[in-house]
Design a protein around this ligand. Structure first.
Ligand code: ADP
Length: 294
């Protein structure tokens, strides 16, 4: 945008010149476009379950006495499932907008192990039903991280929920945490592609968290879009419940923690998501002390 302004002398009577300002609005225009795209996507996604609920409830209302008890049950079941879908969508959209509102997040030194245990406990029944083995792999004396308990719990929940959703009967789902670059557990992905490289040196040790599954995997083309809002792999759209917002939320929460989520996947073999967290304040202080003593 080019803005032109007349520049007058102190009395304001005679014209001294013209000031020309050039403003780069690219970012503003891009943000506005992204916002309208988001609103239009949300509206589109809300419309489908609303339409389904309306159709089934209307049929029950208008033709209820001509329907069999089984049909009654089926129609109410669909309306119930669609209400759940609507709730999930609204919750996810609210979570995303809260993350983007720029509101400050409270961080504290916390132990991630109970959060990992709580997450796996919540999926235990579902995993048994699907015949998927859940594994927790973390040392008892896991160092504390600096994080927000509720938000990190949500990250674990989304990643473990996905890993289970896309697992097949007989598969294994592992939730791991370990400090690195100091230690790397045997059996964890150990190359740059699939996970940490123990040879890499980081100025401060961090806690690495991994969620690994032996599920259907994600094709190279889909991997590029996996973190896009509302993106769902074509076959997942028809078979599994989801909003396509879970990974955007994971990414947003980890950005708030100053870190990012990475992923490696091979179709028909499985997928691993991982991220690093800064160690808790106590550890950071201790590290500084050690460095000073050296
Ligand atoms: P959704 O609510 O659909 O799970 P997400 O944003 O969490 O939304 O994930 C987007 C898509 O990424 C999923 O629909 C699925 O196609 C794919 N995906 C995510 N995690 C996995 C996984 N562990 N294995 C295979 N595909 C996955």
């Amino acid at each position: 945008r080019i803005v032109m302004q007349a520049v007058r002398d102190a009395s304001g009577e005679s014209l001294k010149g013209i000031a020309v300002t050039v403003q780069d609005l690219t970012r503003e225009v891009e943000l506005n476009a992204a916002q309208s795209r988001f609103i239009s996507n949300v509206s589109h996604e809300l419309r489908t379950p609303l339409f389904n609920i309306k159709s089934y409830v209307e049929t029950l209302h208008d033709l209820g006495d001509q329907l069999s008890p089984e049909e009654h049950k089926e129609f109410l079941g669909v309306a119930n499932d669609e209400t759940d879908r609507l709730t999930r969508l609204v919750n996810d959209v609210l979570d995303l907008s809260r993350l983007e509102s720029g509101r400050a997040v409270q961080f504290e030194a916390m132990n991630l192990l109970p959060a990992m245990e709580q997450t796996l406990r919540a999926y235990r029944l579902n995993a048994d039903d699907k015949h998927v083995k859940l594994e927790l792999d973390a040392p008892e004396d896991l160092p504390e991280v600096l994080g927000n308990w509720d938000l990190l719990l949500q990250v674990l929940d989304n990643l473990v929920g996905n890993a289970l959703k896309f697992s097949r009967s007989g598969g294994t789902l592992a939730l791991r945490a370990y400090p690195w670059p100091d230690t790397c557990p045997v059996g964890s992905p150990n190359d740059e592609q699939a996970g940490p490289s123990c040879a890499l040196s980081s100025p401060l040790p961090r806690l690495r968290v991994e969620v690994a599954d032996t599920g259907c995997g994600i094709s190279a083309a889909d991997q590029e879009r996996i973190f896009d809002r509302f993106f769902r792999v074509e076959n997942a759209v028809h078979t599994e419940v989801g909003t396509g917002l879970g990974l955007s939320i994971v990414r947003g929460i980890l950005e708030k923690h100053g870190t990012k989520v990475s992923m490696a996947s091979e179709p028909e073999v499985g997928t691993t998501f991982w991220f690093d967290l800064p160690l808790g304040q106590a550890d950071v202080d201790e590290l500084k002390l050690q460095a000073e003593r050296r």
